[in-house]
Design a protein around this ligand. Structure first.
Ligand code: FE2
Length: 507
């Protein structure tokens, strides 16, 4: 299953490398909370690998037998895999959100989910109920001495980094309002020109109302919001991720329309009221990071497509270059449909595109970088907002078509070379988190390049259907060979995002 042995291994894997029934087993809830040293290890743990990988994702897919209609509506569960002195420790814990606690106590679904979940009792029970359950299920970051679980439509939850105990909602000394959204896709600018070259964290929020507003937040290394500015956005804004450069924030406003009436009437969830507009362009909003610049955001257009995630952006000779995973359409969330019965063949794959945007002429050119079905792009953290060479992603085993992610792909955007580490036919792969080899800064950040850009490891969780459990796999980012496989005692449901910090939290 090693990357450089792909072709040899590929010959033993059938053309259709996945089995839908087996894949579905990764969508079972993990109700138990564990705390143990991992003792089933294949290979050696790299001695230089010290720190904690935090991962977030839905851990619960039903309440007392009542099923959430979409995995994105599942309650957030944090996993912490800590590497220390050649050993590895696993812990998982649900984020004790107000909604999670209330539903566990009641033994039934009390909130409508954004992506399809309705309360039982039909439209009458759901009509005009627009309350949001903060499910805290998308990303987890350690910044300014605080561990924060993020979900884009509400405020972060603060957790104890040692025990993962939920400490409460985080308002950054009152600079974030009660119930205010705070996106799940922050970037760390490794050298912020607004902070004397120190790193800062840049995040955004989409505030919905009669119209939409993008708010940009920048936090110093101590975790304080030091810059904040708002921009009105015409039209409906379904924006999950963004990208930064030293001077700009870049947003792709996907071409979708939203009809709120069935949602208000209780007949459909919010996600089921969103419709992709294939005849409309994707708008690219370019917003200066300098709050002193009062100019309107520049809006460019590129052909219709849907983007959840961006790999990175950078400025180059009057242009902004951005690499993003783009879909030709967003499949509609159909009422009553079972996400576990996804027909992969019927959907378009996410593919990696490069967009070059000329700020003078407004011209946007795009080229396909990687046609293989892929998602969850990751780069070296020192390259955030700067020209990068390597992008790592979760990907399909097969070169063409749409399929579950069973491999890690590395794309060299300079030479066009790519490498693959496939876990097919029995492995299903999460986002690969890149961890640089070498020392982090005093702030615990990998903001300086030491050695080559691909000198480090990729750490991913892989649901292994043969064992019916998950593995934590450490892959050498240079040649995509598997260095270490840590066998967990249980599965981890398919998750969303994670981050690595060189801190080890003794408990
Ligand atoms: Fe995401």
């Amino acid at each position: 299953m090693q990357g450089f042995q792909l072709f040899e291994h590929a010959a033993t894997v059938p053309t259709k490398a996945y089995n839908t029934k087996e894949w579905q087993r990764g969508y079972r809830s993990l109700t138990q909370e564990y705390d143990y040293w991992i003792d089933e290890i294949e290979g050696e743990l790299p001695a230089e690998l010290n720190g904690t990988l935090f991962r977030n994702g839905p851990g619960l897919f039903e309440v007392n037998g009542e099923r959430f209609q979409h995995p994105f509506d599942g309650d957030g569960m944090i996993s912490a895999i800590a590497f220390h002195d050649g050993r590895a420790h696993f812990r998982n814990r649900f984020v004790r959100t107000k909604g999670y606690l209330a539903e566990q106590k009641a033994g039934k679904i009390l909130y409508r989910g954004v992506f399809g979940t309705q309360k039982s009792g039909g439209w009458l029970a759901n009509a005009f109920d627009v309350r949001i359950k903060n499910i805290a299920n998308t990303q987890v970051i350690y910044w300014g001495g605080k561990l924060l679980a993020l979900w884009e439509a509400a405020e972060p939850h603060r957790l104890d980094p040692k025990t993962l105990e939920t400490l409460g909602l985080e308002y950054f000394d009152g600079k974030l309002g009660k119930g205010a959204p705070f996106a799940a896709h922050p970037w760390i600018d490794p050298s912020s020109k607004f902070d004397g070259g120190k790193p800062c964290l840049v995040n955004f929020s989409i505030k919905a109302g009669l119209s939409f507003t993008i708010a940009i937040y920048e936090l110093d290394v101590d975790g304080n919001i030091v810059r904040q500015h708002d921009y009105p956005v015409p039209g409906f804004a379904f924006i999950h991720d963004f990208a930064i450069t030293p001077n700009y924030c870049i947003f792709f406003q996907n071409p979708v329309k939203f009809n709120p009436l069935p949602f208000l009437a209780g007949t459909r969830s919010a996600g089921e009221c969103i419709q992709f507009q294939p005849d409309q362009p994707t708008k690219v909003l370019i917003i200066p990071r300098d709050p002193a610049i009062k100019a309107k955001p520049q809006t460019l257009e590129t052909p219709s497509g849907f983007v959840f995630h961006h790999a990175n952006a950078f400025e180059q000779e009057g242009e902004i270059v951005i690499d993003s995973v783009c879909y030709t359409s967003l499949p509609a969330v159909e009422p009553g449909a079972d996400y576990r019965e996804t027909e992969f063949d019927a959907l378009s794959p996410g593919q990696l595109w490069r967009f070059r945007m000329n700020l003078e002429t407004g011209q946007v050119d795009r080229t396909l970088l990687e046609p293989r079905c892929c998602e969850f792009p990751f780069i070296h953290p020192a390259k955030a907002g700067r020209p990068h060479r390597y992008i790592y992603m979760a990907a399909a085993h097969a070169e063409t078509g749409n399929a579950p992610h069973q491999a890690i792909v590395k794309v060299d955007v300079e030479t066009g070379a790519r490498q693959l580490c496939s876990f097919a036919p029995t492995g299903y792969v999460s986002e690969p988190v890149f961890v640089p080899r070498g020392n982090a800064s005093e702030d615990g950040l990998y903001t300086e390049l030491q050695g080559e850009e691909d000198d480090g490891w990729l750490i991913a969780t892989v649901f292994n259907t043969e064992r019916d459990r998950s593995d934590v796999v450490i892959v050498d980012a240079k040649d995509l060979s598997i260095v270490t496989t840590l066998h967990l005692k249980h599965h981890i449901p398919y998750g969303l995002h994670g981050t690595f910090t060189p801190h080890y939290f003794e408990s």
